[in-house]
Design a protein around this ligand. Structure first.
Ligand code: SAM
Length: 189
């Protein structure tokens, strides 16, 4: 069930529940502390495969520990690599790609996703997505780079060909301090 009043990091999973099947290949483009990777690994089952990218070793280590504790590590391929290069490693078609932009929670916030890399990654992700597949992006306009990145991503998604893709934005209108929000892209069947 999809509740648009939940947090964006919950709504993305509610949307994906209806898209991911057991045995699918899927991508976590920003694995961070591994919450999304863990969710994806549970959804694809033991015959599925999750590709999870992050440029910070600390993030991959935290994620690996989390997956091992849950017995999910065998269905995940962790890549210490920028998501802008994801097409080099991911074998498509994939049923979903998750992006959760910004910085690693609990870190020094110096390493953040960069607009140019994010767009390159989205471009690659859309080319790998199967028909009926979904790309989700949680954006953080509350900090300066995040605000710029959110606008760049929106401009890019607004220009996608509507005969091929359907894009959505789910945002709280009256919250202070530019809270996070969600964008999603469905690849048409
Ligand atoms: N999805 C994560 C979770 O569930 O815990 C949270 C992700 S966190 C908000 C954003 C992550 O993106 C950080 O860990 C950061 O290192 C990573 N990142 C920054 N630039 C990246 C890039 N070019 N490619 C892949 N990951 C990147």
């Amino acid at each position: 069930q999809i509740n648009p009043f939940n947090k964006p990091t919950e709504i993305d999973k509610q949307l994906l529940d209806g898209v991911i099947s057991q045995g699918d290949r899927v991508v976590d483009a920003t694995c961070g502390n591994g919450h999304d990777t863990e969710y994806l690994a549970n959804r694809v089952g033991d015959q599925g495969l999750v590709y999870a990218f992050d440029i910070q070793k600390q993030a991959l280590e935290t994620t690996w520990k989390r997956l091992q504790q849950e017995g999910l590590h065998e269905r995940v391929r962790l890549l210490n690599k920028g998501h802008e290069k994801l097409i080099e490693d991911v074998e498509g078609p994939v049923s979903c790609v998750m992006f959760n932009l910004g910085y690693l929670p609990g870190s020094d916030k110096k390493v953040v996703t960069e607009p140019q890399n994010t767009i390159r990654a989205i471009e690659g992700a859309l080319s790998l997505l199967k028909a009926g597949g979904l790309l989700t992006i949680v954006l953080y306009p509350g900090h300066e780079t995040g605000m710029i990145e959110s606008q760049v991503v929106q401009d890019y998604l607004m220009r996608l060909d509507q005969t091929k893709f359907h894009t959505k934005k789910i945002i709280s209108l009256n919250f202070k301090n530019n809270p996070p929000y969600l964008m999603a892209v469905l690849k048409n069947k």
